[in-house]
Write a protein that binds this ligand. Structure first.
Ligand SMILES: Nc1ncnc2c1ncn2[C@@H]1O[C@H](COP(=O)(O)OP(=O)(O)OP(=O)(O)O)[C@@H](O)[C@H]1O
Ligand SMILES: [Mg+2]
Length: 306
C-alpha cells in the first residue's frame, strides 16, 4: 500500500547545529504513529516541518491524497502545537468558527461544523464561555476540534497530553482513540505509555536520528527478553550476594543498584532455579523475586539512555 505520508532524508540545521539528521519514515493511511523521544530529541522540529511551519534544510515530505502526491499539503493536515495559544477573550464557539473559516470553510459550513465539533469534544455546554476560563483539558480538546474542523487527512499533534492532569489526559486520549478510527494520526510524546494506548506504529528519535521504528506489536515481540527482578533485604549477606549475581554465566545483562537487581537472562526457569538455590546457600533474604519479560518501557529506556 502506498503510504499517506512519505518522509525522506529530512534534515534541519539551525546555524551550524543539525537537530534533525536525515530521517526517513512513512505513515500508512489509517494508522496511528507515535513520534517518541526524550526532551530535545527533535520531535517539535520534525513536526513543525511536517505541518509546513518550518522549512526543511534538506529532504522531502510527500503527502498523497487518493494515491497522488499533492503540491500543497497544508489543507489536508490538521495540526495542534505543543503549546497552543488561544485568545482568552474569545468564546470556544467564536474561536472554532474563526478556525473553520481560516481553514477555508464557508461561513455556513464553519458555523455548522463548530456546533458539531463542540459536541464531539464534549464542550457543547461550554461553547459560549470565554476560553480564558477553560481548564487545560478543555483547551486541549478545543485545540483538537480546531485541528479537525476541516476534516484533514492527517492529524498531527505535538505532545497533546503532556501538560494535562490525569483526568484531562484520559479525556484527550479517549477522544483520540475515537478520532483515529477515521483519521490518520501522528503524535509526539515522551511518554511511552500514551503511545502504547492508541498507536500501532512507533518512531523513536534520539538526538535527531531514528533510534527505532516499526509496528508496535512487532517490536514488542522482537525485543522482549526474559528478565528477573529481585529485591533483597538490607543485611550485608544479602547485599553482597546481590552485588555478585551479575557474574553468573546465565546472566546476559545486569542492572544492580543497592538492594534491587534486574537481570536479563537466556532462560528464566533455569535462571530462577539457580538463583534461588544459590541464595539459600548464602542466607539471602528476599523481599521480592519476580520473573517475566522485559517491557517496551525497558526497551525505551535502553534506547534513550544508550
Ligand atoms: N529555532 C531554533 N534555533 C536553534 N535551535 C533550536 C531551535 N528550535 C529547536 N532547537 C534545538 O533543537 C533541538 C530539538 O528541539 P525540539 O524542540 O525539536 O525537541 P523536542 O523533541 O520537541 O523536545 P521536547 O520534548 O522538550 O519538546 C533542541 O536542542 C533545541 O534546542
Ligand atoms: Mg517538543
Amino acid at each position: 500500500m502506498t503510504p499517506l505520508l512519505q518522509v525522506d532524508g529530512l534534515t534541519k540545521r539551525f546555524k551550524e547545529r543539525t537537530v534533525v539528521k536525515g530521517i526517513s519514515f512513512s505513515v500508512a493511511e489509517g494508522s496511528c504513529a507515535a513520534l517518541l523521544g526524550p526532551n530535545g530529541a527533535g520531535k517539535t522540529t520534525t513536526i513543525s516541518m511536517l505541518a509546513g511551519l518550518l522549512q526543511p534544510t534538506e529532504g522531502s515530505i510527500q503527502l498523497r491524497v487518493g494515491g497522488k502526491p499533492v503540491l500543497d499539503r497544508r489543507p489536508y493536515i490538521g495540526y495542534l502545537p505543543q503549546m497552543p495559544v488561544f485568545y482568552p477573550w474569545m468564546s470556544g464557539k467564536e474561536f472554532l468558527n474563526y478556525a473553520g473559516e481560516l481553514a477555508g470553510l464557508t461561513t455556513r459550513e464553519a458555523a455548522l461544523k463548530t456546533g458539531e465539533w463542540l459536541e464531539a469534544v464534549g464542550l457543547g455546554a461550554d461553547g459560549q464561555r470565554k476560553i480564558g476560563g477553560y481548564s487545560g483539558g478543555m483547551k486541549q480538546r478545543l485545540g483538537l476540534a480546531q485541528a479537525l474542523i476541516h476534516r484533514p487527512k492527517l492529524l498531527i499533534l505535538d505532545e497533546p497530553v503532556s501538560a494535562l492532569d490525569p483526568a484531562g489526559r484520559k479525556d484527550v486520549l479517549s477522544l483520540l482513540q475515537r478520532i483515529r478510527r477515521e483519521t490518520t494520526v501522528l503524535f509526539s510524546t515522551h511518554v511511552l505509555h500514551d503511545a502504547e494506548e492508541i498507536c500501532d506504529e512507533i518512531l523513536m528519535i534520539k538526538a535527531g536520528e531514528i533510534a527505532l521504528q516499526g509496528n508496535l506489536e512487532h517490536i514488542r515481540r522482537e525485543y522482549s527478553e526474559p528478565v528477573i527482578r529481585m529485591e533483597v533485604g538490607g543485611e550485608k549477606a544479602s547485599q553482597d550476594w546481590l552485588a555478585s549475581v551479575g557474574n553468573k554465566a546465565f546472566v546476559l545483562q545486569a542492572e544492580i543498584a543497592g538492594t534491587r537487581a534486574e537481570l536479563t537472562v537466556a532462560d528464566v526457569e533455569q535462571a530462577s532455579h539457580e538463583l534461588m538455590e544459590d541464595a539459600v546457600a548464602h542466607h539471602v533474604i528476599f523481599r521480592k523475586f519476580e520473573s517475566g519479560q522485559s517491557t517496551l518501557e525497558d526497551l525505551f529506556m535502553k534506547v534513550v539512555q544508550a
